[in-house]
Design a binder for this molecule. Structure first.
Ligand code: OXD
Length: 308
């Protein structure tokens, strides 16, 4: 098979190329450039230009070298061919680490103690009851399930919401738009892992944030576009939210004059909660290419209409 690589992400194309060529010795792997003959079978892409798909008419499969597919699906892709994405490839564990750090940091008030340290203030606070800090996971796919299992180990009451019904051990789950408000009302620390689609863009607006138990924390590990950022600021300013831990924002990189950089309730990281691990991702690409060759079910295939 002929594989065409075009990746404008944190892993360099050279690293992808070396990894893929070593793992798929019987195949051709080339880096995309404009004007290549249209005889490639598989496109392996992260943030590719439209031109790649305008030129390559023989593709049988598109593989997104990351978890989120909303940017890829915004392009005009050849109709009728499968689109796959990285499913876990080492990302779920990283997400779980990040989420546990954020949830425990909020519950144990580490941010408050850091501020006290800056003022040389030695002041212990009373221990809090973890039963008062139900943690809700929004999005219960492979990543959400892993995060829920990790956070649950610390004894917090757990809730979960997703578009379709999921059953997860030790997690009280809710499904669909009709149960969203009930889920939020049962949640104080909200960890967001939803895909960004037409149905989820702006899903966390002021009204929804008001349904959360007061003084809680929003942890967004998914996409900035899920949250209405002005409404988030209001929720922080009024105390409806006590804190926000944001790995993603609507405009990345976040402009230097954006209010989030300086808001005392916001902790920011630059979209690093789950970084693509080249070696793990290559294993998944190999499985996909082999499945395509055999005509077997493709791992990580998304539903193009649903958007994830
Ligand atoms: C993502 C990724 O989709 O980094 O954000 O894979």
């Amino acid at each position: 098979m002929k594989l065409l690589l075009c990746s404008r992400g944190s892993v360099s194309e050279r690293d992808w190329l070396d990894g893929l060529r070593a793992a798929l010795p019987g195949h051709v792997v080339a880096i995309w450039r404009p004007g290549l003959a249209a005889d490639f079978d598989v496109a392996l892409v992260w943030d590719p230009p439209q031109r790649l798909f305008d030129e390559q008419h023989a593709l049988k499969m598109i593989f997104n070298l990351g978890a989120g597919v909303e940017k890829l699906l915004a392009l005009r892709l050849p109709a009728g061919i499968p689109v796959l994405r990285l499913e876990d490839a080492g990302m779920a564990l990283q997400m779980a680490e990040y989420a546990c750090h954020a949830v425990i940091g909020f519950f144990r008030e580490f941010g408050v103690y850091r501020c006290q340290q800056a003022r040389a203030l030695w002041r212990p606070h009373a221990a809090r009851d973890r039963g008062d800090f139900p943690v809700g996971i929004m999005g219960l796919g492979a990543l959400g399930a892993r995060v829920a299992a990790a956070v649950r180990q610390f004894g917090f009451p757990m809730t979960g919401w997703s578009r379709s019904r999921h059953v997860l051990e030790g997690v009280r789950t809710y499904a669909g738009p009709g149960e969203l408000d009930e889920f939020l009302a049962a949640t104080r620390v909200l960890v967001v892992l939803l895909p960004l689609t037409a149905a989820t863009r702006g899903i966390l607006d002021g009204e929804r944030l008001r349904h959360l138990r007061g003084g809680g924390c929003l942890v967004n590990l998914a996409r900035g576009g899920l949250v209405v950022e002005d409404d988030l600021r209001d929720a922080l300013d009024t105390g409806q939210l006590g804190a926000a831990v944001l790995d993603v924002v609507a405009t990345e990189p976040l402009p230097a004059d954006h209010w989030m950089w300086r808001h005392p309730g916001v902790t920011l990281t630059p979209h690093i909660s789950a970084q693509t691990l080249c070696a793990d991702a290559v294993v998944q690409v190999v499985h996909a290419v082999e499945a395509l060759e055999r005509g077997a079910p493709l791992p990580g295939q998304i539903d193009r209409l649903r958007g994830y």
